[in-house]
Ligand binder design. Structure first.
Ligand code: 5GP
Length: 115
């Protein structure tokens, strides 16, 4: 498994706007935001794609959701709503091979799929 830039963000070797970190997950603002709130929530352990998820990851991946709910409240997008998204491989247009949950909100979002 090859590390990505996200491993360096977790270790704080390169700058990122980290909004949350604990023993299992790290959350930081997307460098190229697609909505007023665009946060990436990632496991601290390297899991390249959803295809690599194993039963032992369940606690960590569950944490992605509890942190998403906490951050949505903090960002004041919880009531109006938001989108959680995870891309996998080429057809899913995954760019960074360290799984990440996108938290998008702060305006009415477009249709789920543009094409
Ligand atoms: P994907 O297409 O893999 O689901 O999304 C990757 C996301 O990571 C993109 O939205 C992209 O803007 C974001 N991203 C890529 N490199 C960096 C980086 O170095 N820092 C931050 N904060 N976000 C990044």
């Amino acid at each position: 498994m090859e590390e990505t830039i996200f491993s360096q963000i977790i270790r704080k070797e390169i700058p990122a706007d980290i909004v949350y970190q604990d023993d299992l997950v790290t959350a930081f603002r997307d460098i190229n935001p697609k909505a007023p709130t665009h946060i990436l929530i990632i496991p601290n352990v390297l899991i390249p794609t959803v295809n690599d998820v194993k039963p032992e990851h369940e606690q960590t991946l569950g944490r992605l959701f509890t942190v998403a709910a906490k951050l949505a409240k903090e960002e004041n997008v919880a009531e109006d709503g938001y989108r959680l998204m995870m891309n996998c491989n080429a057809h899913g247009r995954q760019e960074v091979y360290h799984i990440h949950m996108h938290l998008l909100g702060g305006k009415p979002l477009g249709p789920m799929l543009a094409e």
